[in-house]
Design a protein around this ligand. Structure first.
Ligand code: LIP
Length: 251
């Protein structure tokens, strides 16, 4: 399948899930908790992932699928879809307008869809990043002190103590910090220039698979952060001029 076809599939899946979520936004309740009492899942998460998986089964039946809320499905094509049906679940449940659907065909195509603003961030491996079809290309600031840096925190209190130590190093060196609650949207907004950089450890592949590709195709440095001490792997996306300084602070 061409990259354009993969992007079309990702777009159909994300928009289908997004429409379903939009109907539920503001009325959804917590269905269960996962890793900790604050790591919640709702029926909206589950219904959105079912909708995405139905599109993928119909249009890419030979492809593997990894999703936040369902079982891994093997494939024979060599392609793998990595999906987060609702990134920013806590925001969604509180009625905070900061959540998105993330659908990626690993390394080849990806979309982050924000149904509230009807904004589709997209990219393919051999094309530009776009927002609703308009090309995104980011220069970004030349110094970290001028950079608006987004990050996030895990659900585990012990991990948050370590993450607080890291952000205490970044805060005095950056323009400011933003914590939006959705890695996918954070990365999409970095690609759109609404944020200058993002880093986070303890995220999952489905949180970042599409956003990493979108940021890379928008001209940002995108890299995985190796585990350090008790902190797990993470992601960093930043303009070339500040990536090294930010990496040194969060490593
Ligand atoms: C969220 C991530 C976010 C992180 C949150 C949460 P979820 O994913 O996108 O970056 O800081 O703690 O993990 O749980 O809403 O799918």
């Amino acid at each position: 399948m061409s990259h354009a076809e993969l992007l079309d599939i990702a777009t159909e899946a994300a928009r289908t899930a997004g429409a379903l979520l939009l109907e539920r936004f503001g009325t959804e309740l917590v269905l269960a908790t996962k890793s900790t009492p604050t790591d919640v899942v709702s029926e909206a998460d589950l219904a959105a992932e079912r909708a995405i998986r139905e599109v993928l089964a119909r249009r890419a039946p030979d492809d593997a699928v990894m999703g936040e809320e369902g079982p891994d499905v093997g494939g024979t094509s060599g392609r793998r879809w990595i999906v987060d049906p609702l990134d920013g679940t806590v925001n969604f449940l509180y009625g905070l307008p900061m959540w998105a659907v993330s659908v990626a065909c690993e390394g080849l195509a990806g979309v982050v869809y924000d149904p509230l603003r009807d904004e589709l961030f997209a990219a393919v491996a051999d094309g530009p990043a776009t927002l609703n079809g308009r090309e995104l290309r980011v220069e970004g600031p030349s110094e970290l002190s001028q950079a608006l840096v987004a990050t996030g925190f895990g659900y585990d209190p012990a991990r948050r103590i370590l993450q607080a130590e890291v952000v205490s190093r970044v805060l005095p060196r950056a323009r400011d910090i933003r914590r939006g609650g959705s890695a996918a949207l954070d990365l999409a907004w970095v690609a759109a220039g609404r944020l200058d950089a993002y880093y986070e450890r303890g995220i999952n592949p489905w949180d970042v698979a599409a956003g990493e590709l979108i940021c890379a195709r928008a001209g940002l440095v995108v890299e995985r952060l190796d585990p350090v001490g008790e902190l797990p792997w993470g992601v960093l996306a930043a303009p070339p001029a500040v990536a090294g300084e930010l990496r040194a602070l969060v490593t």
